[in-house]
Ligand binder design. Structure first.
Ligand code: ZN
Length: 135
């Protein structure tokens, strides 16, 4: 597990939240990307060494829609960069953490990702992400 790669924030509307975050961070959104597998549209901001990912649900039954329904808008997950996602998943699995996907899946911003169940991590949804090479 390396540094925090980004923080994911669930929002109702990217259209409204992108200008807000552009003002707040004083930097333009550098990428908008739909992640079909997660039912979300994402928007990314680079802020010094940190990244912020805004998540808007494209699916009314999707996980981000369910999150907002339950908790309202706000911090949704913390993503940690890893060098070898398979090894890290194996390590965490052997320690009893519950993985939400058994194999890494395609995430936004050129990443392979895996999520950990928040019940094992004090209520925080954790994302592991590994930069895909050669693209
Ligand atoms: Zn993320």
């Amino acid at each position: 597990m390396k540094h925090i790669e980004h923080i994911g924030i669930a929002v109702r509307s990217l259209e409204e939240s992108i200008p807000l975050y552009e003002k707040l961070l004083n930097t333009p959104c550098y990428k908008i990307e739909t992640v079909e597998s997660e039912g979300v549209r994402t928007a990314f901001f680079q802020n010094g060494n940190n990244k912020i990912e805004l998540l808007e649900s494209t699916d009314p039954q999707g996980p981000v829609a369910a999150f907002i329904e339950k908790k309202g808008e706000g911090i949704h997950h913390i993503a940690y960069a890893v060098t070898d996602i398979h090894a890290e998943m194996e390590r965490l699995r052997s320690l009893g953490f519950q993985l939400l996907n058994e194999t890494p899946k395609e995430g936004a911003d050129n990443k392979l990702v895996c999520f950990l169940h928040p019940k094992n991590t004090n209520g925080v949804l954790i994302e592991l992400c590994q930069e895909k090479s050669g693209i």
